[in-house]
Design a protein around this ligand. Structure first.
Ligand SMILES: *Cc1c(COP(=O)(O)O)cnc(C)c1O
Length: 361
């Protein structure tokens, strides 16, 4: 007998975001800001100090301090990983057991279910309501019925951009009892309903953040988990020791020390998202289109329409990449800068004139 892959992985395909190169990338929720020249210069200087022959600091001490200072946290409550993705995998595979019972929501970030599948957790899916909202009492009842060990969801949500308030999130965490709640706040920099600062006061809460979105450092792969000291000790113990490379630690430290720059960019991204949302809504209203758009709490908008696939392909033909969600019948459009958004909007209107209005007549 020759070697056979397990059934679990035999049919899997490697993750491929969008293949091909496009002029305007509005598909991955990245920041439209690249690093300014002054910061690049600082980074070049930093490179001269790196001991390339040595393993990285397993505790990422300086980076943890810079992150904690930026958000007003205590370093004792923070664990750093190679992107939030590493932590998501660790939660499913190491913090939980095989067969542990995980509640995810739908629509939400698909990686939760994926890592639980690989880790052989049991996954139960709670459906959000028509407004794309989590109803806390409903979710609590669902988790109880399923005897869940962990509830995990993004707040604000990727892909809908909708979220629950901090007060609702608190009610969820308190109501969950002995069930762990993981709040993925990857986009919370764009909203103000975070539980990160109080995560350590609960015995069943982990709050995740990333440098990949508002901070504009998706290339570095930096994720952060905030939790009480007991959970933090466990998270630090299950991660691989040298999970975050020295270059990312150094550059990340430098970035989080540029608090003013990060805050200023965050405001600009919020402003651009708002404009993108309002302009799309105007088109929907003006042309009376059968489309639903949700008010965004993140750096992207979510647009439900039966034409999602056709609009997606039309955009690609015009070298604009957005994200298409087949199952939800929706598009997720990350905000670009003003110019990029304008180009998207012009194309969208063109599509509407050519296809939707004509067929309606
Ligand atoms: C982008 C994203 C992440 C991934 O973060 P990385 O730190 O880049 O791995 C995690 N959660 C959600 C909801 C995201 O959208």
């Amino acid at each position: 007998m020759s070697y056979q892959l397990t059934e679990k992985v035999r049919e899997l395909e490697p993750y491929e975001p969008i293949s091909g190169s496009y002029d305007i990338r509005l598909d991955a929720n990245e920041s439209f800001f690249n690093l300014p020249d002054e910061v690049r210069e600082e980074i070049k200087q930093l490179m001269d100090t790196v001991d390339f022959n040595r393993y990285p600091d397993p505790t990422a001490r300086r980076l943890t301090q810079a992150f904690a200072d930026y958000y007003g946290l205590n370093t004792e409550h923070i664990t750093v990983t190679n992107g939030s993705d590493e932590m998501l995998y660790l939660l499913a595979s190491a913090l939980l057991n095989k067969q542990s019972r995980v509640v995810v929501t739908d629509p939400d970030f698909s990686m939760y279910g994926f890592y639980s599948f690989l880790s052989e957790n049991q996954v139960f899916t709670y459906k959000k309501n028509e407004q794309m909202q989590i109803e806390v009492d409903g979710l609590l009842a669902f988790a109880k019925e399923k005897a869940a060990d962990m509830i995990i969801f993004s707040n604000p949500c990727n892909p809908t951009g909708c979220g629950i308030t901090a007060e609702e999130a608190r009610r969820l965490v308190r109501g969950a009892g002995d069930c762990l709640v993981v709040l993925d706040e990857a986009y919370m920099d764009f909203w103000e309903e975070s539980l990160q600062g109080e995560a350590y006061t609960y015995d069943n809460l982990i709050v995740l953040k990333t440098a990949s979105k508002a901070v504009g450092a998706a290339s570095l792969r930096l994720g952060f988990a905030a939790a009480n000291p007991t959970i933090t000790k466990a998270l630090r113990s299950i991660k691989s020791p040298y999970n975050v490379n020295t270059l990312s630690q150094e550059i990340g430290t430098c970035l989080y020390r540029h608090g003013d720059l990060l805050r200023q960019r965050r405001e600009e991204i919020i402003g651009q998202t708002k404009r993108l949302y309002e302009e799309i809504r105007k088109l929907i209203d003006n042309y009376q289109l059968p489309m639903t758009i949700y008010e965004p709490c993140a750096n992207f908008v979510f647009l439900q329409t039966e034409q999602a696939e056709r609009i997606y392909r039309f955009m690609l033909e015009n070298s604009v990449a957005v994200r298409w969600f087949r199952q939800a019948g929706a598009l997720r459009i990350t905000t670009g800068n003003e110019e990029e958004n304008s180009q998207f909007l012009v194309l969208l209107e063109k599509y509407i004139m050519k296809n939707i209005l004509k067929t309606n007549r």
